[in-house]
Structures are given as C-alpha cells and as structure tokens.
Write a protein that binds this ligand. Structure first.
Ligand SMILES: NC(=O)c1ccc[n+]([C@@H]2O[C@H](COP(=O)([O-])OP(=O)(O)OC[C@H]3O[C@@H](n4cnc5c(N)ncnc54)[C@H](OP(=O)(O)O)[C@@H]3O)[C@@H](O)[C@H]2O)c1
Length: 350
C-alpha cells in the first residue's frame, strides 16, 4: 500500500523529511530553500553516500550529522527529497515507498515511467493525484520552460517548437563547477588542469555542444529529455513537433534558452508579453531599446523564470521567439522539488 501515513507521526502539516544527496549542489540548494520558506517539519535528516556519513551539516542554526543512505534510514519518513543521481534513486525508491514515504526525485530515473507523475508545481499539479509513491522532477532545461510555455500554449496551442539551450556548469554537479573555476585559473596561470567532469574538451573559455550521451538520430539524451518531458508535462499530442540543441557554456549558474514556437492561433509579441506578465512564476524583462533582458548572472539565486527578447519568429507561421533564463539549481531542481512537497501536503497526498 503506497499512500499510507506512517503511523505514530504527526499530521502532514509537519512531515518527517529527508534530503538524500544533501552534500550535492542541488541538495545544498534544497536546504537553502527549506530554510528560506521556513518549511514545516517534525523531523529532518540528511543523507548522502558512505563518503559523507558522519560529517556535519548546518541547518537552521543546528548541526546535524549526515547519515549514509541505507534502507533503514528511510524508516518513519513521509517525504524524501532525492538528488543523489539516478542509480541511487533506483536503488532506494522501492524501499522508500515500501516504508510509506513519497520520494520527490530530481534524477531522470523515473521521469518517463507511465505511472510516475512528472510535475512542475503550478503547471500540472493535478497529475500528482495519480502518484504511487514516486513523483519525478523534470530535467532542469525542461523545468524552466514549462512555466512560460503553459499559459502561451493555453492561449495559442503549440504546433512546433525549437529550443537551443545554453546550460551552466552547475547543472552537471560539483565536479563540473570545479572544472570551470579551476580550469579558468589554470589557463590564466598557464598551468595544466586535470578535469573532473568534462574529459573530452575543457569548459573554461569554451562551449561544448554535447550534454549526456548521444541517442537516436544523433540527438543527445539531454535534448530528448526536453522533447519528451515537455510532451508529458503539457499532455501534448505526438504530432506537436519539438527539437532541441543543448550546449554547455562556461557559466556558473542559470540556464538560458532560445525558444522559437509556432502556434495554431496567432500570438502577437504584445499578447505574449501580456500573457507572460501575468503568468505564475514568470517575470518579463523585455526592453531592448534600453538593453534590458535577462542574463544568467541576474537570474542566479532568484526564483522566477525570466523571459525577454520576446519577438515575432520570422521563420515560423504564428511564431514567437523568446529568451528564457532561470537558476537551474532552483526552478530547475531544488525549488520545484520543495514546491512539489508543499503541493503534496496541501493536496493531502502524502
Ligand atoms: N545540478 C542541477 O542543476 C540539476 C538539475 C536537475 C536535476 N539534477 C539531478 O540531481 C541529482 C544530483 O545532482 P547534483 O548536481 O546535486 O550532483 P552532485 O553535486 O554531484 O551531488 C551528488 C549527491 O549525491 C550523493 N550520492 C552519490 N552517490 C550516493 C549514494 N550511493 N547514496 C547516497 N547519496 C549518494 C552525493 O553524496 P556524497 O557527497 O557523499 O558523494 C551528493 O550528495 C542528479 O540526478 C542530477 O541529474 C541536477
């Protein structure tokens, strides 16, 4: 039985929660957001690999000891916010669900499973009602696109979309951040540097048009995540054509996306601006005459998805082109995970 409350614990206004992957970049951001939101909990625990077990972590003025993620560590929990990679989620999801908790998973392990809701809070909350213990958090590039796309789609009906991403290194974890920072320092000091993450090409002073492995038709898995996850979240029919090119750029935090959309109905730039100005979680910065548009540095550390450069897409019928920027660690992972946990509690689904 998946949806049972764990006996002996308080009502869901104060769940027992765990952060699995608490030492990682997404885990650390989750901690920040829980603290900022003053997220209510009864008990909290911090889980990571055996490498981190026994180390200390500070949260809300208290020091906690990190535990190794093992099946028994999930006893008595209601919600597990997981950001410890797909293999770890696959290893523990069944144990977590068996013990009566819901896992909100940041990895790609379960996103396309038919009985796992893939949710952006504020976009497809109703899908949460079908959860069987696992809720998946979309890929960071998909996530930031959904908040602006949903209201535009409701107005004009998407027919076709082409996305090019400019993804920051923090999207690839802590080793990738080191490659940018240490690699840049090494180039400046004319020294050599052994990369931890980007083994084929340096990321410092470079761009890499290759994220995750190559799959069908020489698209990458990252690119196909944008295609397939967008369809699942917005419940789009298969004949809506989407394609993506994903590029890693030497930026610390925030992903940017150049997005061209063809709609069934005409959507003028003025209408798109009006829709997006009223959209949940979206902020429009669009004043080209004064060089006002969102940049990754501006978006880092902030919650909204920023949209700018809204204009007519000259190459498509009823087309709109726009520039979408958001903090990949927040809306692309941690913030949406915490918002999902809040929704689960609000909707009495824990
Ligand atoms: N970064 C992003 O923008 C982003 C966005 C969306 C989704 N995600 C997904 O979120 C997950 C984490 O990404 P990240 O960027 O935070 O990676 P990261 O910085 O490399 O952190 C990985 C975390 O997983 C833990 N871990 C590794 N193996 C484990 C095991 N066997 N048992 C328990 N914990 C284990 C690590 O603990 P130790 O410190 O002990 O090794 C660390 O806390 C990935 O699935 C990633 O695809 C990331």
């Amino acid at each position: 039985m998946y949806l049972k409350l764990t006996e002996g614990y308080e009502a869901m206004s104060n769940p027992n929660i765990a952060i699995m992957g608490a030492t990682g970049v997404v885990g650390q951001e989750i901690l920040k957001i829980l603290e900022e939101k003053n997220f209510p909990f009864n008990n909290i625990k911090f889980l990571a690999s055996a490498r981190s077990a026994g180390k200390q972590i500070d949260f809300k003025g208290r020091t906690y000891t990190i535990e190794e993620a093992r099946p028994e560590a999930f006893d008595g929990l209601n919600i597990v916010l997981a950001s410890a990679g797909g293999a770890t989620s696959k290893m523990f999801a069944e144990e977590i669900v068996k013990r009566g908790a819901v896992i909100v998973d940041n990895s790609s392990a379960f996103r396309m499973e038919p009985d796992v809701p893939l949710v952006i809070a504020g976009v497809n909350d109703d899908d949460l009602k079908n959860h069987r213990g696992i809720v998946a958090n979309p890929n960071c590039s998909t996530s930031q696109l959904m908040l602006p796309l949903k209201p535009l789609h409701e107005y004009g009906n998407i027919k076709r979309m082409i996305v090019s991403t400019y993804q920051s290194v923090s999207g690839a974890g802590k080793d990738a951040i080191d490659d940018l920072v240490e690699g840049t320092r090494a180039v400046q000091n004319n020294q050599s540097y052994e990369p931890g993450k980007f083994k084929d090409y340096p990321i410092a002073f470079n761009l890499i048009p290759h994220i995750d492995v190559f799959v069908d038709h020489n698209y990458t898995k990252e690119e196909m995540k944008v295609v397939n996850e967008t369809r699942k979240i917005l419940h789009l029919p298969q004949d809506v054509r989407i394609s993506c090119t994903a590029v890693r750029v030497p930026v610390h935090t925030s992903h940017c996306e150049s997005v061209s959309i063809e709609f069934e109905k005409e959507v003028t730039p003025e209408k798109a601006r009006e829709i997006l100005s009223n959209a949940y979680g979206v902020e429009v910065i669009d004043d080209p005459a004064n060089s006002k548009y969102p940049t990754p540095l501006y978006a880092a550390g902030k919650d909204p998805v920023y949209v700018g450069r809204i204009r007519k897409e000259l190459a498509l019928d009823n087309g709109i082109a726009m520039w979408v920027v958001a903090d990949n660690l927040r809306i692309g992972a941690a913030l949406n995970a915490v918002r999902i946990a809040e929704k689960l509690m609000e909707m009495d689904l824990v």
